[in-house]
Design a protein around this ligand. Structure first.
Ligand code: NAD
Length: 255
């Protein structure tokens, strides 16, 4: 996008934000690439190459996990159990400021990296859960990230101290349903929003990828910021390619 086009579209974006009364945001793995966490389907996404000959989609499926938890933990240990090594970036920080100013009413993220919360956002819905909580797959005893992460980093499968069952993060794996409460909240918030920012998502993983469509069908304006085209670009009022450029500029207006 050239400079003149960016400036014109950016001014339009600020007008939309300033006149919004119920802004929502829907974020994906792309917002955390600026923090160094790889996404799945971007140009350097971890789906690009199989991991030890296996598809990542398969590794994080419930069926595969129940048979080979050691493979999931070996794959997940380098990023998902080193989350404290990554810092929120300008996108996370600016969304937190917009919430604090009362402009952003609800933030739905597909990410499991907790960077929105660490940036200060309070009203965060983790659509695909997160690694803060874990549970035993046999007796359902609960464990926290701080207990599990050192075990995973040591190359072991975390096991329940009560019954020896395998511990699983409360992340929604492929083959699992989304939390019913999150779905209901999403329906409420995206039906009532007047401006929905869609940030860093390929909009491929369903049903979460339909949330912006709910907003559009309810009469909201939708703004997409994503490096690659998405199948929902056609109804976006505005579209930007670069999260860093767009949010550096937004942080100057709202920071
Ligand atoms: P995705 O990987 O399918 O898509 C990310 C999109 O972001 C890509 O289209 C890419 O072009 C875009 N992008 C990357 N960096 C960008 C930048 N700087 N500016 C603009 N666009 C940029 O991610 P998804 O749609 O969120 O789906 C992946 C699933 O995997 C989600 O369910 C998510 O939970 C999970 N995941 C989470 C993390 C995380 O928590 N950080 C990381 C990887 C995957």
């Amino acid at each position: 996008m050239d400079d003149i086009r960016f400036r014109e579209d950016f001014k339009h974006l600020v007008d939309l934000i300033d006149s919004s009364r119920a802004m929502t945001a829907f974020t994906g793995a792309g917002v955390s690439t600026l923090s160094g966490i790889p996404d799945f389907r971007g140009s350097h996404g971890v789906y690009t190459d199989p991991w030890n000959g296996m598809d990542v989609e398969e590794i994080i499926s419930l069926d595969f996990f129940s048979k080979h938890p050691e493979v999931f933990y070996a794959w997940a240990k380098d990023v998902w159990y080193h989350l404290e090594d990554y810092e929120p970036n300008v996108v996370h920080r600016t969304l937190a400021v917009l919430e604090k100013k009362g402009i952003l009413k609800a933030l739905y993220t597909q990410n499991i990296d907790m960077l929105h919360q660490r940036a200060g956002s309070k009203n965060v819905y983790e659509v695909h859960g997160g690694p803060e909580h874990h549970h035993c797959t046999k007796c359902l005893a609960e464990y926290g990230y701080d207990y599990v992460a050192p075990i995973v980093r040591a190359g072991e499968v975390p096991r329940c101290t009560k019954c020896g069952g395998v511990i699983k993060p409360d992340i929604v794996f492929y083959g699992e349903n989304l939390d019913e409460n999150v779905l209901q909240s999403a329906w409420r918030d995206f039906s009532n929003t007047d401006l929905c920012l869609v940030l860093g998502s390929s909009l491929v993983v369903q049903p979460a990828a339909s949330f912006p469509m709910i907003a559009f069908r309810s009469g909201a304006k939708v703004v997409i910021v994503n490096a690659q085209p998405t199948s929902q670009d056609y109804y976006a009022t505005l579209r930007f390619d670069d999260l860093g450029q767009t949010f550096e500029a937004l942080s100057k207006v709202y920071g």
